[in-house]
Structures are given as C-alpha cells and as structure tokens.
Design a protein around this ligand. Sequence first.
Ligand SMILES: Nc1nc2c(ncn2[C@@H]2O[C@H](COP(=O)(O)OP(=O)(O)OP(=O)(O)O)[C@@H](O)[C@H]2O)c(=O)[nH]1
Ligand SMILES: [Mg+2]
Ligand SMILES: [Zn+2]
Length: 356
Amino acid sequence: MSAGLLQLGLNTKLKEQFESENIDLSKLARVIREHKELYVIQNPDGLFNAEITGNMRFTAESRKDFPAVGDWVEVSIFEGGQAIINKILPRFSVLERQSVGAYGEKQLIASNINTAFIVQAVDRDFNLNRLERYFVIAYNGGIKPVVILNKCDLISPDQLQELKKQIADRLKDVLIFITSAYSAQGLEEFKNFLKKGQNYCFIGSSGVGKSTLINYLMGQELFETKEISEATNKGKHTTSHRELVLMQNGSILIDTPGMREIGMTEISAGMGMTFTDIVELAKKCKFNNCSHTDEPGCQVLEAIEEGIISFEEYENYKKLGRQTEHFQATIAEKRKKDKHFGKLYKHIMKEKKRMK
Ligand SMILES: Nc1nc2c(ncn2[C@@H]2O[C@H](COP(=O)(O)OP(=O)(O)OP(=O)(O)O)[C@@H](O)[C@H]2O)c(=O)[nH]1
Ligand SMILES: [Mg+2]
Ligand SMILES: [Zn+2]
C-alpha cells in the first residue's frame, strides 16, 4: 500500500472492500475540498482540481450522488493535471442534514468520518437542544459524536462544571472536551485523543472556534479565523467551504463552515440513541399508539411527573418526532428510486406498522 494512500486514511479493511469492487487502486484519490461542484482531490502524487463526469451529473438523483469532502473516488488524471472523478466509492459513514427551506433535499456535509466534534462556545453559543440535534445527525450517519466546549476562558470554573453536568444529564455517556484556544486549557489532552488514520469532522455554529482549534492541531495558521461582529457581520461565516487536512500524527481533520440551523434527516434511527430513556418508556405505555399527551397508563407522562425525565427533554423529543414524520413523507416521494433509501423506508414503514 502506498504511503500516500495510508496518510489519506486508507486502511486494510477499506482496501479489501475497494478491491472486491474491482477498483483500480492506482486511480484512487480522496476528495479534500469542495466548492460548488468544483473539487480538489488528493492522491499520492499530490493535489488536483477535479470535476465530475457529465454522465455522473446527468444520472444524479440526489445530493448523495455527488462527491463530498471525505469521499474516496476513482479518478482519471489528464495531461496538464486536470482530474475527472469517474466514480464515488461506497461511504462507510455520512454526515448530512436537511437543507434549510428545501424540504426533502439533504445536504451532505462530509463522508467517511469516524468522529464528529460538535463544537460549542461556552459564552453565547451553548445550547443543549442544538447539541442534541447534532448528536442525532451524527448517530444517523454512523458517526460517533464528541462534544467540545470551547472558549472556556470566558466563564468561571463553576459555570463550566454546571454546563458539563447539564450535558451529562441530557446526553448519556458523552465524551466532553473543555478547551480554550486562548488559555490553552485542555488543548494537549484533546490533541492526544486524536488517533492516526481516524477521520474527524468539526461542526458547530459560526464563530465557535472550529478553524482556530484545527490551526492549533496543525501547528500553523492554515485556516482563516475571525471574530464575528454581530452588528456589522451578521450571519457571515469565516470558513466558506469544507476542507480535509492531514495532521502530522496521521489524523485526518475536516473543517466546515458554521451552521446556522441544523435540519433533521431521517431521525428515527438516531432518536433511540439520544432519547434512550423516553424511547424505552414509550414501549411500556398502555396503548401501543400512545401519543404521550393525555393517555391513561402513559409511562412517559408518569416519568415526567415523577421527575425522572425533564419536561424540556420531552418537548424536544416530541418536536423531533413531528419533524421526522414530515421529512419521512417528503423524502419518501422524492427518493422512490433511491435504493438505499428504499431499504430504509421499508424498514421505517415496518416499524410503524408494528407500532400500530
Ligand atoms: N476567547 C476565546 N476566543 C476564541 C477561542 N477560540 C477561538 N476564539 C476566537 O473566536 C473567533 C472565531 O473563531 P473561528 O475559529 O474563526 O471560528 P469558526 O468556528 O471556524 O467559525 P466559522 O468558520 O465561521 O464557522 C476568533 O476570533 C477566534 O480567535 C477561545 O478558546 N477563547
Ligand atoms: Mg472556520
Ligand atoms: Zn405514552
């Protein structure tokens, strides 16, 4: 195996999988940057600008049929260094969200990621409900979520402990890093957590310090970082595209632009993991189709009364549930032809029937 491909994250398991699909390993590359259907790919020879084939564009049925940062692709490289992406190889995980305002259309943030760092700044950005939503999109895509509470220099140690406790109460078994790019607190511990050959994606609102953290890990000012002035720069993002970079220790990092909203994709799969308690309780309700609003024998309502689960958690659970149903319906129409989705859809319908 070429050292270059190893550094890009190829491992034995992936290699065997690609070989079983008759992929020519000499044509293997990874998408490291994406901006409006223009891509940069990297292979052992270096970086190349790339486009997709006309055929890929014409046969594409959804965003998933276009390359994303993190993708392994098969490419042809022409004289002069222009590359054409012929094929996207199967993804082992995807980070995706519902686009704002476009029902049924999903946005593929990145692919082939092991861990998503959900970055929140402890001063103004901290928000449990939003954190929970990020957890859901991570779990849905087969990605492990880890929380980073950044800018810890801005609040007191007591306040920090309180935030930590709030997270631990709401999200079970969650790993939390507390960092400050200014005081350097927690940075070495965080850096030591990163493993060779693992793929990490940084997500979170604009201005929380994603690029600042990556610059620290890379040991250079690779990405532009900027203070966001609310008055003059409202909604402006400093990072404008997604980009994959290779860390000295062999870790693979992806920077992303801040998200203003995180829409939901098919939530059902992820939901059981963030709302384990409620989902478990709901199974024991007296009525199978209990809506957990006023039914007798509702275990969820009882648990709220007894203070076992918080009302806020319950509200959030219901809100996500409604969105799931809505998106399942719209996506179902749009994705009838999508095989993968078809499978998932069948699974959901079966579950629904079973629950009736
Ligand atoms: N006080 C404090 N400020 C920080 C810390 N980390 C980053 N910042 C500052 O926060 C601002 C935003 O940081 P960025 O790294 O650009 O934020 P980002 O998450 O990449 O933002 P987008 O690219 O817009 O998504 C910069 O001015 C940083 O210097 C920290 O730990 N403490
Ligand atoms: Mg940034
Ligand atoms: Zn119930």
